[in-house]
Every structure is written in C-alpha cells, then in structure tokens.
Design a protein around this ligand. Structure first.
Ligand SMILES: [Zn+2]
Length: 374
C-alpha cells in the first residue's frame, strides 16, 4: 500500500501528487525510499486507501513523529526527522542500526550469538561483489545456514529465519511484497518463511550505501568482526563472504577495500589490546560511540619507509602523541622509554601489554631515520 502510493508519487511527480490529494509539502518528515525523499504524511494518507478504499485527507490525521513516522517506521520504512537531509541520515541510520544489533546471549558461554552479524556480513559481501540485492529464500537459507554453522558460536543452530526476520523488523532487511511478517521467534516464524519462501535482502537504501561506499562497508565489517568474532579467523571469514581479494577475481577497487579492512582490523586489535589507552601518556578519550585511540605505525607505511602492517610495527596512541611520534618529536629507546628527541629527556616508560610485542627493529628505524629528520 505504501509502495503503491510511492509509485503513484513517482508517476505524477511531487507537486501533482500533493495537489491531487490536498497535502502541503512536508517540512520535517520525509520517507526515504530507494534514495529518494517523499512527503511522509501524504504518502501515509494515500496509502490508507489500501485500508478502507479511500485516501485520508490531511485534516483527518496528524503527521509527525508520533504517528506517521512511527507507523511507516514500523513497516520498515525510513523516515527522516526535521533538520535532517536524506543522505546523511541514511548513512547515520545504517551505522546506528549496525551498532544496535541485539543478538541473544549464549546460555552456556555468555557470548553474543552471531546470527545477526553473519547475516549482515553475508549481505555486505554480496553487495561488494555486485550481486543482486534480493536472493531467493532457498539460496539464502542454504548459504546463510552454512555460514552460521561454520562461524557461529558452538551451540548455535543454523536457523537463518530468525536473523532475517529480526533484521526486517530492525529496519534493515527487505521482504518485498509481504506485509504480515511474523516476529523473529518461535516455530511460527520458521513455518511462515517455509510457506512464503520470500526473496529477501538488505533494504534498497542500505544496499546502495554498502555498494557505493567502500569506506562505510569497511567500517561496518570491522565493527562487526571486532564486536562479535573474537577467536575467529577473520581472514577465513572475509574469504567466505567474498571480501577477500586473494580468493576472488577481485578488481583493484575491491583490493583496496580489502586492504582498508585488514589495516583497520589490525589497528582495532592493537587498540583493544591496550583498551584504548595511549601507550605514552595512558590517557583514554571517550566519545559517544565508545573509546577512541589511534593506531600509529612505528616505521611508516608506504614510500620511502615501506614499513609493514603488522602488530610489532604499531602503537596505540592518543591523537597528540600520534602526531608527535609521527614527526619524530618523540621517539622510543630500546628499553622502551619514551624520550623527547630534542632534549633527550625521558617521558617515562612505554605502557606495554602481554599480547602486543613491539618490534625492536622498527623502533630502531624510528630513532635512526624518523627522529633524525625532525
Ligand atoms: Zn598520549
């Protein structure tokens, strides 16, 4: 019903559509569909035709967050709020939705279950490979089931129905043509999927973002891997979801994404190992989404230094010390004392942790080359 109203809106054009049904242009609330904006109240009013055969007039109901936005949102549509434009909210919304997955806790190990993140990773892998957004249920069931079997936590049963339904109600997953979608639990959910065999996939706006924006794709993949897949071979998982440049006839473009993901993952691991505390001063920044630190390469990547991207060549630093270290204003001695390059004064010992060993060769390079240049 909503889709029919959107189609009509597209066919008539915005002005004619609003005029025909007597709606004023929306000020704050826009429905976003396939990357385009629609006046949400007008769409909701016209969609009402599917309920009792006639569109509602603007005076018969109120628009805004409490009503139209909520109802459309419940139906899986995205509605922007006042002051937002369509592009940025979609991106923020996607990241927020990824952050707010709610996988159940395993009753035995206490780990978060991996159905939901695996479903997203699978879809992102498909988008990265240019595969169609929607997939037949039979194939989804088989592919996702295998992935859950292989990478899920031990006791997890490979029931792909549940994450798909959950993501649908979370506003990320499309089951086009189905209005009576059941909740993501119980036998009824499985029965419904079996009966309807729905084509499904990411919603168009989300699919568009992860297809077009390599950086966002990388950010989401890194986020999911670091939040849910401790103790899992990330490379093997990346390979399985088609984000591995080595195993697929990948374009250069994909190789770059791959690189970004691996680099970010490594830096993320190092930062986590230090719990985001700067190894020089011990400070830790707190932001809305959590703690913040930077991964600093000791021997710089790329020409002319050609440092490797490996744990021993990384430090976890606060932004200030990252800059000072990169410029050689600060360097690290063989006994892991941080020193001021100009005066030679000690700034104290580098904070270290068991599972992050720092390479003496790279420290030596930093003292001999980077600090000498400053
Ligand atoms: Zn610091």
């Amino acid at each position: 019903m909503v889709l029919a109203a959107i189609t009509e809106f597209d066919q008539l054009g915005r002005d004619a559509f609003l005029k025909l049904y007597g709606y004023r242009p929306a000020i704050g609330y826009f429905l976003v569909h396939d990357g385009r904006r629609y006046d949400s109240k007008a769409i909701a009013g016209v969609a009402h035709r599917g309920v009792d055969g006639r569109p509602l007039r603007p005076g018969e109901f109120s628009g805004g967050n409490a009503t139209v936005a909520r109802v459309l949102g419940d139906l899986g549509f995205e509605v922007t709020k006042p002051g937002q434009d369509a592009e940025v909210p979609a991106l923020e919304d996607l990241l927020r939705k990824v952050e707010s997955l709610r996988p159940a806790l395993s009753s035995t190990t206490g780990e978060r279950k991996r159905h939901q993140p695996l479903t997203l990773l699978w879809a992102i892998g498909r988008a990265a490979q240019g595969k169609p957004r929607l997939r037949r249920w039979e194939s989804t069931y088989r592919e996702l089931g295998r992935l859950i079997e292989e990478f899920g936590i031990e006791e997890e049963r490979p029931n792909p129905e549940f994450p798909v339904l959950w993501l649908h109600h979370h506003g990320l997953w499309d089951l086009p043509g189905h209005a009576d979608v059941p909740a993501a639990s119980g036998r009824n959910a499985q029965k419904w999927m079996k009966e309807h065999q729905p084509d499904s996939g990411l919603l168009p706006w989300a699919y568009e973002i992860v297809t077009d924006r390599e950086d966002v794709r990388a950010q989401i993949v890194v986020r999911l891997l670091s939040a849910y897949f401790h103790g899992v071979d990330h490379n093997r998982l990346l390979t399985r979801i088609g984000l591995d440049a080595m195993s697929s006839p990948a374009s250069r473009r994909e190789a770059i994404v791959e690189r970004v993901i691996r680099d970010s993952l490594l830096a993320e691991q190092i930062k986590r190992a230090h719990d985001f505390h700067c190894q020089i001063c011990g400070d830790r920044l707190t932001l809305h989404r959590g703690f913040y630190a930077e991964g600093a390469h000791i021997r710089p990547l790329g020409k002319p230094h050609n440092g490797p991207d490996e744990p021993g060549n990384l430090l976890c630093l606060c932004p200030n010390h990252h800059v000072l270290f990169d410029r050689g204003m600060i360097t690290i001695q063989a006994d892991l004392t941080a020193t001021d390059t100009a005066s030679g004064a000690s700034l104290g010992g580098l904070r270290v942790t068991e599972n992050h060993e720092i390479s003496q060769d790279h420290l030596d390079y930093h003292r001999q080359v980077i600090a000498k240049q400053s």
